[in-house]
Write a protein that binds this ligand. Structure first.
Ligand code: EPU
Length: 340
């Protein structure tokens, strides 16, 4: 067996971010086994430098080179830890592909992940922003996260409650220098009620000719919706939604709706969630392009790299979008990806 990690100086990151912007890391470590993390992080290349954990790079924008250590976990494997007939506890290592895990779960006849089909990225990245789509969030099926804690300099197992999940949020996102996620444990069910209420899902199932859907059908419907609505990062550089959907008070939502009829508003745990895509589209940005940086003509919330854009150019476009939404609607949009 080879070394459990590789360490490369001045490493190019162009192929390690789905925006496909040029950037370099002072050091890049590819780690095949979490057991070596303590040793790796004690080395001078890591010690006293900032650290960035990178999966597939599908939720990051590099506006400059990263003068620290990039850690990429490449440990793989999916296993069933326990099976009580009705539900199964599944453990997936961080380096697995997220959609690969979703497909595996469907082949096993398990439900819970179908609405999260086709989300780009690795399993280890999924808890960081508590990935969510089509009416489901990772936190609903996640039982625990295994991580290396740089504060304790030890591997730990965090229960769902300890992860501090909310909409696109977790302790891992709040303290990115502290945690390296090494595996995720999920509770998946053999027979769970399917989530069909998100706009478009039932319609897509009907178009498919399905009237008694299974989890596999829901997955297929979500894949079809995503392929139609979201630009494929393999074809055009992007990181999915560039801004979070803003959450405002009930009163502010009502005021905005009165002033802007048609503004989509959704229920959220602490207030009302607005559609950032709608706000951006109303400011005239959908399909906008300047040099290589642009806004997708398929979805106003997705910034794209038409080929030659730098991260700084995409970030500067994001600032302009943010200012115009602030000016027109009085709403401050928050970026969703990590900005370096
Ligand atoms: N809309 C527009 N213009 C557009 C696109 C959408 O006005 O160009 C409006 C429509 O009214 C639509 C509404 O926005 O009904 C919602 O659109 P969509 O269903 O596409 O969802 P979203 O709120 O824009 C969120 C997630 C996506 C996720 C979808 C589906 C965030 C920041 N984004 O987008 O997640 O796939 O819901 O569940 O919450 C991601 O995080 O990278 C991501 C793609």
């Amino acid at each position: 067996m080879g070394s459990p990690y590789t360490l490369i100086a001045n490493a190019p990151l162009d192929r390690r971010n789905t925006f496909r912007v040029p950037a370099r890391a002072a050091w890049l470590a590819e780690v095949y086994a979490p057991a070596v993390l303590a040793e790796l992080l004690a080395k001078p290349e890591a010690n006293s430098r900032s650290m960035l954990v990178l999966g597939e790079g599908s939720n990051v924008l590099f506006t400059r080179d990263f003068d620290g250590l990039v850690v990429a976990m490449t440990n793989r494997g999916i296993e069933m830890l326990a099976d009580d007939g009705e539900s199964v506890r599944v453990r997936a290592r961080a380096g697995e592909d997220w959609h690969g895990l979703v497909r595996w779960s469907l082949v096993q006849g398990l439900c819970g992940l179908e609405n999260l089909s086709l989300i780009p990225g690795t399993v280890g990245a999924a808890p960081i922003q508590n990935i969510g789509a089509y009416g489901a969030e990772l936190s609903e099926t996640l039982e625990a996260v295994e991580a290396f804690d740089r504060h304790a300099n030890a591997s730990v197992r965090l229960t769902r409650e300890q992860c501090g999940f909310s909409y696109r949020q977790s302790i891992f996102k709040q303290q990115p220098e502290r945690w390296i996620i090494t595996a995720v444990e999920l509770r998946l069910r053999r027979n769970a009620p399917l989530k069909l209420d998100y706009a478009g899902v039932r319609e897509e199932l009907a178009t498919m000719g399905v009237n008694a859907p299974t989890a596999k059908d829901v997955s297929e419907a979500v894949c079809r919706l995503r392929r139609r609505k979201l630009p494929d990062p393999a074809v055009i550089g992007n990181a999915g939604s560039f801004f979070k959907n803003p959450i405002v008070s009930n009163a502010q939502a009502a005021e905005l709706q009165a002033a802007h009829p048609g503004l989509p508003v959704f229920n959220a745990p602490d207030g009302r969630k607005l559609s950032a895509a709608w706000l951006i589209e109303r400011c005239g940005w959908k399909g906008f392009r300047e040099g290589g940086a642009g806004v997708s003509d398929q979805h106003a919330l997705v910034l794209v790299n038409h080929g030659k854009a730098t991260g700084a150019q995409i970030w500067s476009l994001a600032q302009r979008i943010r200012e115009s939404v602030q000016e027109k609607f009085g709403i401050r949009l928050e970026p969703e990806p990590r900005i370096i």
